[in-house]
Design a protein around this ligand. Structure first.
Ligand code: GLP
Length: 240
């Protein structure tokens, strides 16, 4: 694992955005795995800026990690909405090649199978971007999840429901389930970048980087991947 500790959130965003820019420059048809949540917002700000300055996204393909079950794409807390707002509507990605699991698909098991197939047909993920939950989750792979898992329907843990309540009017509105890429799906990416900022992530980051590899802290599986970069600010690195 390559661990990069920088001063603040702006620098975290810059490091990660530059990695994505280099990936796209080296291989314009890259397959990118994208994340949501508050952590990558700064990265998307910079990608919009790079696009204005000429970075070309037109040949890339993107796959998002996850989506809430039951939220329509136009729901303001859905990850479809988030991606449209923060990236897809602002850069020249081809809408036919931006994929997010459909949380309202009538047959969710079929949707999960379809999603895995799409990733494989695209040639696999070249670069996967990850945030991390305060409980060490990646995507929505919660503590106790199986390291052999593929895209599937998962139940959100109590701590994630609490953490994500800030994106909804009340905690009761947070969907109890999500469709998430599995740990195995993520681990098949050629390169992985995990970003985190703030003291509330310090314990999870410590577990991911230094702790035992355990399904109780899903991000710890990244220690077994040959090409992982962890970009954290001082606060998130506080327990390393
Ligand atoms: C969310 C997402 C994850 C994200 C994590 C951290 O629930 N499913 O992909 O990395 O939790 O979120 P944040 O960046 O808002 O702290």
């Amino acid at each position: 694992m390559n661990v990069i500790v920088v001063n603040n959130y702006a620098r975290v965003s810059e490091e990660v955005a530059k990695i994505i820019r280099n990936q796209l420059k080296a291989k314009p048809s890259s397959v990118l795995g994208l994340a949501t949540g508050s952590s990558p917002l700064g990265v998307y700000d910079l990608l919009r800026e790079y696009y204005q300055k000429g970075l070309d996204f037109s040949c890339a393909t993107t796959f998002n990690l996850d989506e809430y079950v039951g939220l329509e794409p136009d729901h303001p807390a859905s990850y479809h909405y988030y991606m449209q707002k923060n990236l897809f509507s602002k850069v020249n990605l081809n809408p036919e090649r931006t994929f997010i699991p459909k949380g309202t698909a009538p047959d969710l098991a079929e949707e999960c199978r379809r999603y895995e197939e799409l990733i494989q047909r695209a040639g696999g993920l070249d670069l996967q971007i990850l945030g991390i939950g305060t409980n060490g989750h990646i995507g929505f792979n919660e503590p106790g999840c199986n390291f052999g898992s593929r895209t599937r329907v998962v139940s959100l843990s109590a701590s994630t429901l609490r953490d994500n309540a800030r994106f909804f009017a009340t905690e009761k509105e947070v969907p109890a389930q999500a469709v998430s890429m599995g740990i195995k799906t993520i681990m098949h990416a050629k390169n992985i970048v995990l970003l985190a900022n703030g003291g509330c992530k310090a314990e999870a980051v410590r577990g991911a980087v230094r702790g035992p590899v355990t399904e109780n802290l899903p991000a710890s599986v990244l220690q077994l991947h040959p090409a992982v970069t962890v970009v954290v600010d001082q606060a998130a690195a506080g327990k390393l």
